[in-house]
Write a protein that binds this ligand. Sequence first.
Ligand code: ADP
Ligand code: MG
Length: 252
Amino acid sequence: MTSILQVKNVNKSFGGLKALNNVELSVEQGTVHAIIGPNGAGKSTLLNCFVGRLTPDTGTVDFDGTSLLGKQPHEINQVGVSRVFQTPEIFGDLSLVENVMIPTLARRDGAFKLNPWQRVDSIAEVREKAEHLLADVDLQDKKDMIANSLSRGDKRRLELAMCLVQDPKLLLLDEPTAGMSRADTNKTIDLLKRIGERGITKIVIEHDMHVVFSLANKISVMAQGTVIAEGKPEQIKGDPRVQEAYLGGAHL
Ligand code: ADP
Ligand code: MG
């Protein structure tokens, strides 16, 4: 197994608070790797270190042979790391298809400097690809609607399409089913399984154990800024340290 992301000795403090404490993580190519842990464990902080929103105080984060540290978010995006945010970041006044076209156009022409002289057929190609992706996430019927009018679950699927259109090597999902109904959650699990077939490596941060155990090949458990246990879902389920971290196993 090849490791696509390697995190070593990562520390991050906010004032006197040690949010990350010697974090070590290795994510294997093509797998779904879940990071779970109680609120405040440092999961989002860790993810922010992967996408250039935060710089660790110490340690290394290597992706596919290059260091992600010191890179700008757009540079990290260009090397193939894409993130679905905890709150969807979409363009509310634009249609779904326009939303999915933007990442391709921005990448091709630089951040939002759309080239007025581009050939019309290449725009048509970008649109066609966007429409394909919307079909993949079951939003083809809504493609001309304004993004703001979507339900929360649909907005997250739209954001996922905006990530997938960039053909990422690594997809980072921070609580992809947060705030969703059970039906929407199951739909999202199915969708993530389907896109798993493309071989994209995924890191999923998730509270919902149903989601974690349905999707993950490997689970890292964080508590108080550090990884306290790691293994296959079956191993994690029975691990007493994990149950303790979740206050008596209420969530498992
Ligand atoms: P999780 O995602 O596991 O719930 P976070 O990574 O969001 O946890 O937070 C870990 C800890 O770091 C928490 O105690 C949180 O309050 C703190 N924290 C996170 N981001 C900041 C920040 N920008 N400034 C100060 N404290 C922060
Ligand atoms: Mg979080």
